[in-house]
Design a protein around this ligand. Structure first.
Ligand code: THU
Length: 132
């Protein structure tokens, strides 16, 4: 899938977002190292903490299907501000990639690209535990 196709897949997931409480839809499309793509959207719940972000939804979907090496994720929002991943999602990303490319899209279709190292410098990951 091309970068533009991955962006389109993330935007398409905005329509699947279940966000009756925040009314803040988010879509994500994740490309694994072998090129496989998984998508996700935010799914909220009446018991608020039970909800999940679009990024983690996509990542857990990939892991559940056997993919633990990630290359790129596109995160689409509808607001003027770029939808950057929350701290919990950044930590979950670190588990499966130290140098993930993170493409954030705003509602105007503009993009801003980060590395995970930009967003989670000196992050703690599984490599820290490999000596044990
Ligand atoms: N949300 C995401 O899905 N991804 C982000 O990067 C930021 C926030 C969701 C969580 C919640 O459903 C809604 O957006 C408002 O915080």
């Amino acid at each position: 899938m091309t970068r533009e196709e991955l962006k389109a897949a993330a935007r398409a997931m905005l329509d699947r977002a279940y966000c009756p409480y925040s009314r803040f839809p988010v879509g994500a499309a994740l490309e694994c190292e072998d090129g496989t793509v998984y998508t996700g959207c935010n799914v909220e719940n009446a018991a608020y903490p039970a909800g999940i972000c679009a990024e983690r939804n996509a990542i857990f979907h990939a892991v559940a299907e056997g993919h633990t090496r990630l290359r790129r994720i596109v995160i689409a929002g509808k607001s003027a501000d770029f939808c950057v991943p929350c701290g919990v999602c950044r930590q979950v990303m670190r588990e499966f990639s130290a140098d993930l490319e993170i493409v954030c899209l705003n509602g105007a279709g503009e993009e801003k690209t980060f590395t995970l190292e930009d967003l989670l410098p000196h992050g703690f990951g599984p490599d820290f535990l490999s000596d044990n």
